[in-house]
Design a protein around this ligand. Structure first.
Ligand SMILES: [Zn+2]
Length: 248
């Protein structure tokens, strides 16, 4: 879920946790030498190497970002770009940790990482006010659904072996994963035919291979909001949440 709304999270963190102290520090650096607040800061500054204080925290911020020279120059370096530099640093740091996290062998986001290409706020979260649509599509994308491929993880007394997590909606004996559910399961043929007919009427969807079709739907063709709306409309999400909301 964090990956779906990451821009919002980073913009909040960027403007408070890291951005605000940096901006305030810059202001202090520019203050008149006669000002009381500037002198208070200079006291902290001279003490920062001996004791932990607010100034040493600002110093640590720059050390963390491998930009000690900004501290050494006391705000005179990259003056107008400092907050942007900070935000980029933390964005890249977060992105690196996030990709490493979802790329783990045991990650349940095994499908998600195949179509999630950018860490940014997803368009589908903005293109409809219907919370049901947003929730169901998010659940499908991040594998928080009720397909057997996931439910088998939680069966008791022990996990269902992967090869036994077969579909109960058709006679195929195939594993009920996201691809089977969206592209193959006979139990959802009517909904699928309606969706594919819609997509074929204004895209080249039909010419795609199986993997491309799956990615096209799960990523609404790299964020195309018009396609996404078509998907939602075709599925009559609000009135008939059958295709994505696989209730049992
Ligand atoms: Zn099936």
């Amino acid at each position: 879920m964090l990956g779906e709304i990451i821009d919002a999270i980073l913009s909040v963190k960027g403007s408070t946790k890291q951005g605000f102290p940096a901006k305030y520090w810059l202001k202090l650096c520019d203050h008149n030498m006669k000002s009381l607040v500037k002198n208070a800061y200079l006291n902290l500054y001279s003490d920062a190497t001996k004791h932990q204080n607010w100034a040493s925290s600002v110093n640590n911020l720059w050390v963390t970002c491998y930009m000690s020279e900004i501290w050494i120059n006391q705000g005179s370096l990259y003056k107008n770009k400092i907050v942007k530099i900070l935000k980029n640093f933390f964005y890249n740091k977060y992105a690196q940790l996030w990709w490493e996290y979802i790329d783990r062998e045991e990650s349940k986001l095994r499908k998600y990482k195949t179509f999630k290409n950018n860490i940014s706020l997803e368009n589908y979260l903005l293109c409809t006010n219907d919370i049901n649509i947003r929730r169901e599509f998010t659940k499908l994308r991040i594998s928080a659904h009720q397909l057997h491929i996931e439910m088998g993880r939680y069966s008791r007394p022990r996990k269902t072996p992967l090869s036994d997590r077969i579909c109960g909606h058709c006679n195929s004996r195939e594993i009920e994963d996201e691809e089977h559910f969206i592209l193959f399961c006979h139990g959802y043929k009517d909904e699928r035919d309606a969706l594919f007919a819609n997509l074929n009427s204004f895209t080249t969807f039909e010419s795609l291979n199986t993997e491309q079709k799956f990615h096209f739907i799960m990523s609404y063709n790299e964020g195309d909001v018009e396609i996404l709306k078509h998907q939602f409309n075709s599925l009559e999400f609000g009135a008939k949440p059958v295709f994505f909301n696989n209730q049992r």
